[in-house]
Design a protein around this ligand. Structure first.
Ligand SMILES: [Zn+2]
Length: 119
């Protein structure tokens, strides 16, 4: 893959998996190229992301706590809509607007309540 193709791949991947809807392609390009990664680094990140995706495909789907639909992958923190996790659609349609409006509590969740166990 040429560097251009690699960069395109990363931009595409981010656009498909983004939790920041509405960001322009230029924005993603900036994110991908931020820190001026080498070709090897872009290649390495691509491998990591592809492996991650292969893992998601193998793991059973989870149920979105907002719409009840199944989704694959990490999902998104549904706060402040509810305490669970949600699909990408609900994240961009409900959760992010709710956060932007600041409907419940502070904009920044209490970190002490998050990430129990694990890394
Ligand atoms: Zn959903």
């Amino acid at each position: 893959m040429t560097r251009d193709e690699l960069i395109k791949w990363h931009i595409n991947y981010r656009m498909l998996n983004s939790s920041s809807p509405g960001m322009s392609e230029e924005g993603y390009r900036w994110m991908v190229l931020h820190g001026n990664p080498s070709d090897e680094e872009l290649e390495r990140q691509k491998t990591v992301l592809e492996e991650q995706e292969a893992q998601w495909r193998k793991s059973p789907p989870k149920t979105c706590s907002i719409c009840g639909e199944k989704y694959y992958g990490w999902g998104n923190n549904a706060w402040p809509v509810n305490e669970g996790r949600c699909c990408n659609e609900c994240n961009s349609d409900s959760v992010i607007p709710a956060r932007l409006r600041g409907v419940q509590g502070p904009m920044i969740p209490d970190k002490s309540k998050r990430r129990k166990g694990g890394k």
